[in-house]
Design a protein around this ligand. Structure first.
Ligand code: HEM
Length: 141
């Protein structure tokens, strides 16, 4: 996420339309292939680690600050996945469909989708920073 927010967002506006299209046409299928699996595995393995370190004991899992911080992080990770995959990746896939059309066929829709793709990246990036802060705080708690 840091790469797409800090590097790609800086480079994209400086590219001409053909280069921008080609970059998206090569990048989005790769994102679609790996991102859902990575998001699911991060959440599943994080949750298993949480249950294991919490000894499957409700008193530890939600009775103390450690468990509560990790539960908040879990909720944020689920929200980030829904925004990233449901809004970000979906907008990127729809953009690819528009890129196949005639030049400037639906400029308004393309503008809205580009904005949504960009916003989703920023929101997921910021949620990721909060999640890491919660993880570090929980580990120290
Ligand atoms: C964006 C997703 C995530 C990132 C980037 C992330 C990152 C991290 C990092 C960096 C640590 C080590 C913290 C330290 O040693 O100071 C950690 C620990 C941990 N994470 Fe995550 N994590 C994510 C999602 C999750 C989720 C969804 C869960 C499920 C509840 C989870 C559960 C845990 C647990 C149980 C630990 C160990 C805490 C301890 O040692 O007491 N993580 N995570």
């Amino acid at each position: 996420m840091a790469f797409s927010v800090m590097v790609l967002r800086g480079v994209m506006p400086r590219l001409g339309m053909p280069a921008r299209k080609e970059l998206m046409q090569r990048m989005v299928p790769a994102m679609a292939r790996y991102l859902p699996t990575m998001a699911i595995l991060t959440i599943v393995f994080g949750f298993i680690l949480y249950l294991y370190l919490g000894s499957f004991d409700p008193a530890l899992l939600w009775g103390i600050l450690w468990g509560q911080l990790l539960l908040v992080a879990l909720a944020l990770a689920l929200i980030a996945s829904v925004i990233g995959l449901g809004i970000g990746l979906r907008s990127a896939n729809l953009l690819l469909v528009h890129f196949e059309e005639e030049e400037e066929a639906h400029p308004q829709e393309v503008g809205i989708l580009q904005k949504r793709f960009g916003m989703a990246q920023i929101v997921v990036f910021l949620l990721g920073l909060v999640i890491i802060a919660l993880m570090v705080y929980a580990t120290a708690a």
